[in-house]
Design a protein around this ligand. Sequence first.
Ligand SMILES: [Zn+2]
Length: 283
Amino acid sequence: MTGLPVFFYATMRLGAKLLADTLLRIRDFEKYGVYAGFSGRHGGLSKDAFSSLNIGLHVGDENQVVLHNRQVIAHDLGISDMQVTYAEQIHGTDVAVIDELHVGRGHASLQSAVQGVDAMVTKVNHAALAIVAADCVPLLFADLRHPVIGAAHAGWRGATGGIVTKTVETMLACGASLSSLYVAMGPAIRGCCYEVDEPVISQYKAAYHRIGKKPQWQPSTKHSHRVMIDLPTLLNDQLISLGITQNRILDTAICTHCMDGYYSYRKENGTTGRHGGFIALRR
Ligand SMILES: [Zn+2]
């Protein structure tokens, strides 16, 4: 691929009427058989705090509505919602390899999601992986030369614990190659809004120390003992340290906290829905 892939909004139309933008898609991946994108909060049926494209089954929204929303997104990506695989997501760093038997787990219930992991990797054709988030970073991984894809969920614990390293290592073990691996970072709370104190600060410093770089942050203007950090920048620097070149790391640069159209756990005091990252292999 020449040049950095870019994001596009997919639109659902009814006649000439624009209904909603449901996915920020990475069209440049599609000629390689990889269908990927990030959902927002418009275009679904959820109400009130979950309005409207909530894909989280664990937040108190109506199950049937969430399943409808998941179907809308799967349809827009050209895949069956029954092929979309969800992880439990426990703010850990474990990665599951999804084989034929695991494909579609968690698509309709929390209980059947892949337990105990925050990242998944697969080389199964027609399999899709989903990450749900509201401030944490959803990451999508694609090898555009070899049929291997991945998805990861990185809050501060996952990011500082090295979840991107584990995901990339798992992809390499599944036949991916570093030189053709692309990574996309979705909507997340950014350095403009992510104010933290201990123990996040020391874990953030330690994560930078492990890759031999100086941690970047800005002082908080509100609290003297707190700082503003940018997890996507840490994840980007970790990916670079693994040997993934900057021109293969895409960032939506969307802040869920100060930009409209996404769910923010922090801004909405914990009562909110989830948007997500979706990636499917269709060769
Ligand atoms: Zn912000």
